[in-house]
Design a protein around this ligand. Structure first.
Ligand SMILES: NC(=O)c1ccc[n+]([C@@H]2O[C@H](COP(=O)([O-])OP(=O)(O)OC[C@H]3O[C@@H](n4cnc5c(N)ncnc54)[C@H](O)[C@@H]3O)[C@@H](O)[C@H]2O)c1
Length: 280
C-alpha cells in the first residue's frame, strides 16, 4: 500500500498557467508531496512582454504583468528550497510546436513526465452574446480547450512509453451549470469535461488516469479582479457562503494524481463549496 507521506516522491510534474493563482498553488502542493515540478506560463517575471503578446493574450495578462502579479521564477525557487527540482519555462499552450519542444526538453532533463496539470485558462471575457468579442471567443477556445488538447497530445507518448501517468484538466462549474455572460468560457469548460472522459477511456489501457477538477468560486488574484457585486452574488450561492482557497483545489489535485486515486478516472470532481446544490 502506498504511503500518505511523500505521496508523490520521485514523480515529475508539469503545470500550465502556473505563474500565479491555482496553478502556482498546485505546483507548490505537488512539490510538498515530493514531486519535481516544471512551472510553465506565458508570463515569466524576467521576460519582456511585447505589444503583440499583450494584444493576443488579453487585458488581464497586461494588468498582471504591469502590477507584478507574476511568480513563475519565484515559485520555482520556493520549490527548489524544498529540495525538489524545478524550472520556470515560458510556454504558450496554444503554440503546438513550442509545447512539443518544452515537453521534449523536460523529458530530456528530468528523465520522465508523470503528471500533467492542464490549468492555463482565460477568465477575462464576460459579456452577453451580442457583446461577446469574436477574437476572444477564438482565444478562449484556443487556450482553454485546444491548449489542454495540445499538452495532452504532447505528453501522451511519454506516459504511454513509461506505462502510465496522471492528467488533470481544470474545468469549472460554468461548464456544468452554464454561466451568464460566459458563453465562450462555459463552452470551453463543458468541452473539457467531455475531453476528460474520452481521454480516460483511451488512457486506461496505458495506465493513464485522466480526471477533471470542477472548481466553484476560488479566491485567486484573477477572481478578485472581477466585478465585486457579481462575485458576492456567486459567493452567496455557495452552501458555505464563502469562496474556496487555492489550496482546496491543490489538495484535491494532489490526491487525484497520487496512487491513492489509482481506480479513479474520467471524473469531474466538484470542489465548489456546494455552489451547485439547490439552496433556498
Ligand atoms: N479562480 C476560480 O474561481 C476558478 C473557478 C473555476 C475554474 N478556474 C480555472 O482554474 C484555472 C486557473 O484559474 P486562476 O483563478 O488561477 O486564474 P489565473 O488567471 O490567475 O491563472 C491562469 C494562468 O494561465 C496563464 N495563461 C493564460 N493564457 C495562457 C496561454 N495561452 N498559455 C499558457 N498560460 C496561459 C495566465 O498567465 C495565468 O497565469 C483556469 O483554467 C480557470 O478557468 C478558476
Amino acid at each position: 500500500m502506498s504511503s500518505w507521506n511523500d505521496l508523490l516522491k520521485g514523480k515529475v510534474a508539469i503545470v500550465t498557467g502556473a505563474s500565479r493563482g491555482l496553478g502556482r498553488m498546485d505546483a507548490l502542493a505537488l512539490a510538498e508531496a515530493g514531486a519535481d515540478v516544471v512551472i510553465t506560463d506565458i508570463l515569466i517575471e524576467t521576460d519582456e512582454y511585447s505589444e503583440i503578446e499583450a494584444e493576443k493574450y488579453g487585458p488581464m495578462q497586461q494588468v498582471m504583468q504591469s502590477t507584478n502579479v507574476v511568480y513563475a521564477n519565484k515559485t520555482a525557487q520556493e520549490i527548489q528550497k524544498m529540495g525538489r527540482r524545478s524550472t520556470a519555462v515560458k510556454m504558450d499552450v496554444t503554440n503546438r510546436e513550442q509545447v512539443k519542444e518544452v515537453f521534449a526538453k523536460v523529458k530530456e532533463q528530468y528523465g520522465k513526465i508523470d503528471i500533467l496539470i492542464n490549468n492555463a485558462g482565460t477568465l477575462d471575457h464576460v459579456s452577453q452574446i451580442e457583446d461577446q468579442n469574436d477574437d476572444f471567443w477564438e482565444r478562449d477556445l484556443k487556450v482553454n480547450l485546444t491548449g489542454a488538447y495540445n499538452c495532452t497530445k504532447a505528453v501522451w507518448p511519454y506516459m504511454k512509453e513509461q506505462g502510465g501517468g496522471k492528467i488533470i484538466n481544470m474545468a469549472s462549474v460554468a461548464g456544468t451549470l452554464g454561466g451568464f455572460g460566459q458563453a465562450s468560457y462555459s463552452t470551453t469548460k463543458g468541452g473539457l469535461l467531455s475531453f476528460t472522459k474520452s481521454m480516460a477511456l483511451e488512457g486506461a489501457r496505458h495506465g493513464i488516469n485522466v480526471n477533471a477538477i470542477v472548481p466553484g468560486i476560488i479566491a485567486t488574484e484573477a477572481f478578485k479582479m472581477g466585478n465585486a457585486k457579481m462575485n458576492e452574488r456567486m459567493i452567496q450561492r455557495t452552501a458555505f457562503k464563502k469562496p474556496g482557497e487555492p489550496e482546496d483545489i491543490a489538495n484535491a489535485i494532489t490526491f487525484l494524481v497520487s496512487d491513492k486515486a489509482k481506480y479513479i478516472t474520467g471524473v469531474g470532481l466538484q470542489v465548489s463549496g456546494g455552489i451547485e446544490l439547490f439552496t433556498f
